[in-house]
Design a binder for this molecule. Structure first.
Ligand code: SF4
Length: 444
């Protein structure tokens, strides 16, 4: 009897660096490669080609990217580079002449073509199968949903617009179709990401597309309302406080969106915000925060701040601390200003010495830890919904997140006596205790 030998599919190794947006790029590339018949290799040795998705946001991220490329060359030798650092192809080629190809961010076709050249695909009825929702690098129960690329702002400390270009929004019907597939495949939480979620659809002039017998407009409010109807938690990241953000608050009150806003304020002092070229008016923001909380009392606001921006005086910094005390944000991340090659702030006068940056960083973190601890302590005795991320079968515990916690960046809810819970379950939990970042409880 004649037997047919099924050719072994070529294997691609992946090193994915950088932010959730880069992770989504990696997912898209790997989804396409999988549909072209490629397998993924968990290690360098088994890979026919290694793809390094780089990050170029800060100089430290660039150094990490170069190190990752060097390691992939040493361990495997057949390396394709993509992502934000791909804009600096000369730097990469000079340091690693053996790199097979260098492509920039969002150049999906180019990077896939480079992999095809490096390790040609083989047709096979088995390897051509791809799950409907594509391949994901996050656990099945939550998914990042990228709604646009690029950014129209020009913040003085940031080179993302230079790396990724101006705002390019995806069509709302395409986003919704992707979200539907993700929910059908088991996603319980959709994390909406972009560089500037509030600006979604500006470049499309907020035009409408057919959707489910009606129409959906390319506008943040309309898009998230439709997302909210899919039955999963919907969490908004990178929201700038433009006036129309007010219109998503009622959707939170209705339960269509999680009562959560990730707003990267970056500072509070009007002088520093102006120097940063940030579009924000902190006085109005405090009033709006009060108004939002009046409508949605359990609204959780997360933000990030830069300390030690050039020209930041002790007075500016005190302004920030006082503002934070008043704003009572639930989650705060702080970064010490880091000069990035190509960013205008790098050559600004009055750079702040490192030890001052460190001291200010420590003070911001101490203040936000105290506020966070107080806010979490107020939840003790309450029953809240928790999405289970991981179950510890051995000691009967589990880890999850409340509606106020985004994965990776916020706190967790630690559960004892979790019984028969599984990853992806959403359960009511009685909060018994708290600390600076996390809650502790039992299934209610
Ligand atoms: S809003 Fe500012 S910090 Fe954010 S990506 Fe655009 S330029 Fe960079």
């Amino acid at each position: 009897m004649k037997t047919t030998t099924i050719p072994k599919p070529p294997r691609v190794g992946l090193v994915s660096l950088g932010c959730p947006k880069a992770l989504v790029d990696s997912e898209r590339i790997m989804t396409k490669l999988r549909s072209d018949g490629y397998d993924m290799s968990p290690d360098y040795a088994g890979a026919d080609v290694v793809l390094v998705n780089t990050c170029g946001f800060l100089d430290s991220a660039k150094a990490e990217s170069l190190e990752a490329i060097g390691e992939a060359i040493a361990e495997n030798g057949r390396v394709v580079v993509t992502g934000c650092m791909g804009k600096e192809a000369d730097v990469i080629r000079e340091r690693f002449p053996g790199v097979l190809a260098v492509t920039g961010p969002q150049q999906y076709e180019e990077v896939v073509a480079a992999v095809h050249d490096a390790a040609p695909p083989v047709a096979s009825p088995f390897t051509d199968l791809v799950p409907e929702a594509g391949l994901k690098l996050t656990p099945r129960h939550y998914s990042y949903l990228k709604i646009s690329e690029g950014c129209n702002h020009r913040c003085a400390f940031c080179i993302i617009p230079h790396l990724r270009g101006d705002l390019v929004s995806r069509r709302p019907d395409a986003i919704l179709r992707e979200a539907e597939k993700l929910v059908a495949a088991g996603t319980k939480e959709l994390l909406v990401i972009s560089q500037d979620t509030s600006a979604y659809g500006l470049d499309l002039k907020h035009a409408s597309w057919p959707w489910k017998g009606g129409e959906v407009r390319a506008h943040m409010t309309d898009l998230v309302r439709e997302l909210g109807k899919l039955g999963a938690w919907v969490r908004l990241h990178y929201v700038y406080p433009y006036p129309h953000v007010d219109s998503v608050i009622p959707l939170m009150a209705e339960g269509l969106l999680l009562p959560y806003l990730d707003i990267p304020f970056q500072h509070a002092s009007p002088k520093i915000l102006k120097a940063m070229k940030r579009p924000a008016n902190e006085a109005k923001v405090l009033a709006r925060l009060r108004d939002w909380r009046a409508q949605v009392p359990d609204l959780a606001v997360r933000s990030s701040f830069v300390v030690g921006f050039p020209g930041e005086t002790e007075e500016d910094f005190d302004y920030l601390l006082n503002w934070l005390e008043e704003a009572q944000l639930d989650r705060v991340g702080a970064f010490k200003f880091e000069p990035v090659e190509g960013a205008p702030a790098t050559s600004m006068p009055d750079q702040v010495p490192d030890e001052v940056k460190q001291e200010r960083y420590d003070r911001v973190m101490a203040l936000s830890a105290r506020i966070s601890a107080e806010k979490l302590a107020a939840k003790v005795g309450k029953t809240i919904d928790v999405l289970i991320d991981a179950v510890d079968a051995e000691n009967g515990g589990a880890t999850g997140r409340s509606k106020a916690d985004a994965p990776e960046i916020d706190g967790e809810v630690q559960l004892r006596d979790s019984g028969h819970l599984e990853q992806g379950d959403i359960v009511p939990v009685l909060v018994e205790d708290s600390d600076e970042h996390d809650l502790f409880g039992v299934p209610a």
